[in-house]
Design a binder for this molecule. Structure first.
Ligand code: NAD
Length: 313
C-alpha cells in the first residue's frame, strides 16, 4: 500500500484526506500545513475514525515525512487580498509553489504531484516549471466540472449520473468547454436519448446546464463559503487511479498542444500520473472554444511564465 502527502490541510486538503481514509485508498496520509496546529488537529480528527473504517494511518508531519510517497497533493491556498491584482496573486502563488515543490522533489522525486489549489491550471504550469520531471505533475483540472456536467445531464435524463459519459475540457473556470458532441448515454448521443424518451431538450436547456456547471462553485461558496466534498472525492478518485495504476479516464490538467499552457483533456491516469491524452472528436464550435480557453490561460499567466520558465521570482 502507499503513502500520500497532502500539503495544505484546509477544507480541501483535509476533506481529500478524509475521503482517502474512508475508502482505504492508501495506507498512510501525512498532512503538512504552515499552520502546524491546523494540520495536527485535522490529522487527529481523521485518525480517530480510522479504526472504524479501513485503518488508514493519518498524521501531521513535515516535508521529510514525504519520503516514499507515491502521491503528493497540493491544496495549499492563498486567496486574493482586497485590491490585489490577479497577477500579484499569481506571483504570490508562484512563490508558494517555489518553496513547496523543491522540498517535495528532495525527498520524493518519483511521487506524482497533484495540484488542486486555484487557479489550478496555472498552478499546474508553474509546478511543472519547478519540477525536474514535469510529466509527474498534473492538476485536478475539470474532473469536478465533468462530474457536475454528468450529474446535471443525468438529472434531466432520469439516468444515474454514473452512466452518463461526458467531458468538460479546457480551463477549470469560466472558459471551460462542455463537449456535447461526445456526450453519451447508453451509447446514444444525449440529444437522441432525450428525443426518443420525449424529454424536453434544446439549446436553452443546454446553455442552462453549461451555466450551472461553470457557476456551481460560486453558488456553493455563496451558501457555505467554500467547496470541499466534491473536490475531496475527486482527489480520492485520482489518488486511487494513481496508486493502484487503474488506467482510469478523467479530465485532468496537464500539457497540451498550446505552448506553456496546462488545461484539461481526457487523460489516462495511472501510476505515473498522466499516461496518455485521449482526445475525442470535437465539433467546430468545441475546437474553437478549446483554443479560446487555452488563449485565456495563456493571457492570464503572461508575466508569470515564459517558454516553460518562471519569470516572476
Ligand atoms: P483553506 O484556506 O481552508 O486551506 C488552505 C490551507 O493552505 C490553509 O490551512 C493554509 O494554512 C495552507 N497553506 C497556505 N500556504 C501554505 C504553504 N506555503 N505551505 C503549507 N500550507 C500552506 O482553503 P481551501 O478551501 O482548503 O482551498 C484550498 C485551495 O483549493 C484554494 O486554492 C481553492 O481555491 C482550491 N480549490 C480548488 C478546487 C478545484 O476544483 N481545483 C475546488 C475547491 C477549492
Amino acid at each position: 500500500m502507499a503513502k500520500v502527502g497532502v500539503i495544505g490541510a484546509g477544507f480541501v486538503g483535509a476533506t481529500a484526506a478524509y475521503a482517502m481514509m474512508l475508502n482505504g485508498t492508501c495506507s498512510e496520509i501525512v498532512l503538512i500545513d504552515r499552520d502546524e496546529a491546523r494540520a495536527k488537529a485535522e490529522a487527529a480528527d481523521i485518525a480517530h475514525g480510522a479504526p472504524l473504517a479501513k485503518g488508514v494511518r493519518a498524521y501531521a508531519g513535515d516535508y521529510p515525512d514525504l519520503k516514499g510517497a507515491a502521491l503528493v497533493v497540493i491544496a495549499a491556498g492563498s486567496n486574493q487580498k482586497p485590491g490585489e491584482s490577479r497577477l500579484n496573486l499569481l506571483a504570490r502563488n508562484a512563490a508558494i509553489l517555489a518553496s513547496i515543490v523543491p522540498q517535495i522533489v528532495e525527498v520524493a522525486p518519483d511521487a506524482v504531484v497533484l495540484l488542486v489549489s486555484n487557479p489550478v491550471d496555472i498552478m499546474t504550469s508553474i509546478a511543472r516549471a519547478l519540477h525536474p520531471t514535469p510529466s509527474l505533475v498534473m492538476g485536478s483540472g475539470t474532473i469536478l466540472d465533468s462530474a457536475r456536467f454528468r450529474q446535471l445531464i443525468g438529472e434531466r435524463a432520469g439516468v444515474n449520473a454514473r452512466y452518463v459519459h461526458s467531458y468538460v475540457m479546457g480551463e477549470h473556470g469560466d472558459s471551460s468547454v462542455m463537449c456535447w458532441s461526445s456526450a453519451l448515454i447508453a451509447g446514444m448521443p444525449v440529444a437522441t436519448f432525450m428525443r426518443e424518451r420525449k424529454i424536453p431538450w434544446d439549446d436553452k436547456i443546454m446553455d442552462a446546464i453549461a451555466y450551472d456547471v461553470r457557476n456551481a462553485a460560486l453558488s456553493i461558496i455563496a451558501g457555505k463559503h467554500a467547496t470541499y466534498y466534491g473536490i475531496g472525492i475527486a482527489v480520492n478518485s485520482l489518488a486511487d487511479a494513481i496508486i493502484n495504476d487503474r488506467h482510469a479516464v478523467y479530465t485532468a490538467s496537464g500539457s497540451c498542444a498550446f505552448d506553456d499552457v496546462c488545461l484539461s483533456l481526457p487523460r489516462l491516469i495511472g501510476r505515473k500520473g498522466i499516461l496518455e491524452t485521449l482526445m475525442p472528436p470535437l465539433n467546430k464550435d468545441e475546437s474553437v472554444a478549446l483554443s479560446h480557453s487555452a488563449q485565456v490561460l495563456y493571457d492570464a499567466q503572461e508575466g508569470v511564465l515564459k517558454d516553460g520558465k518562471l519569470i516572476c521570482l
